[in-house]
Ligand binder design. Sequence first.
Ligand code: ADP
Ligand code: MG
Length: 250
Amino acid sequence: MVVARDLHKRFGALQVLGGVSLHIDRGEVIALIGPSGSGKSTLLRCLNHLEIIDRGEILIAGEKLVDTDTQGRARYIPEAEIRRVCRRMGMVFQHFNLFPHFTVLENLIEAPVTVKGMKRDEIVPRAEELLRKVGLLDKAGAYPNRLSGGQKQRVAIARALAMDPDIMLFDEPTSALDPELTGEVLRTMRQLAHEHMTMLVVTHEMAFAREVAHRVCFMDKGQIVEERAARAFFENPQHERARAFLEHVL
Ligand code: ADP
Ligand code: MG
C-alpha cells in the first residue's frame, strides 16, 4: 500500500530525512517511533504531500506519486493526479484540526461533498454509521468546542474514514490528550486495526505499539535505524539508540 524509497528531505541546511525507505503491506499496522526531532512527522507529511521531498520515490496503493529524474531531483506527477492519489490516505493529527464552525456531522460530510462530489443523502448515512462506530452518534449535532479532547480526536478519525481511505496515517494522535482520555482514542484505533485497516502510526504509546503494531520502525536523525516485528523489537531492541529510547519511555 505504501512504498517509499530513499527519501531525502532538507529544510535549509538541516537534513531531516536522510534516505528513508519504508514498505507497508495491505492491512499492516506500523508503529513509527523515535525521539523528538528525528523526522517522524516529516516522513508522514512527505507521504501525503504536505511536504515535498528533494529526492526519492513514493508509491501509494501501487500508484507513483513521485520519483527521481536523471539529475537526481524529485519529479512529481501532475497536481490533479497528486490530489487523487493522496486522497487514498487519511491523516489524523495531534491537534484534531476539526472545523470549529461546523457540527460534528458537518465535519464528516464536508470533504466527501466538496472534494468527492458526493450527495448529502449518500454520505449522511455513512457519516452516521462512522459516528456510531467511534461511539459519538449522539454528538452528531454538537460543535467541536463542546467535546472533550478524546471525543474530538475520535471525530477526527471518523472524518478521515468518511473519505474511505485505504491507508490511515496517525501523527501522535493521543499526545495532546489528558492521560484519562487516551484510552478511548487508542480503542478506536485498535478496532480499526482489527478491521485490517492499513495504518502508519507515530506514537509514544509503547503498550499500544507492542500490542497492535505488526512492525516497528525506529527513527533516529532522519533515518529508520531499526525495523522489526513489534514483539521482537520490544523484547530486544538491537540499535543502541532504540535501547536507550525504550529505557527512557517504558
Ligand atoms: P518528529 O516528528 O520526529 O519530532 P519532525 O519531522 O517534526 O520530527 O522534525 C524533524 C526536524 O525537522 C526537526 O529538527 C524540526 O525542527 C525540523 N523541521 C520540521 N519541520 C520544519 C519546517 N517546516 N521548517 C524547518 N525545519 C523543520
Ligand atoms: Mg512529530
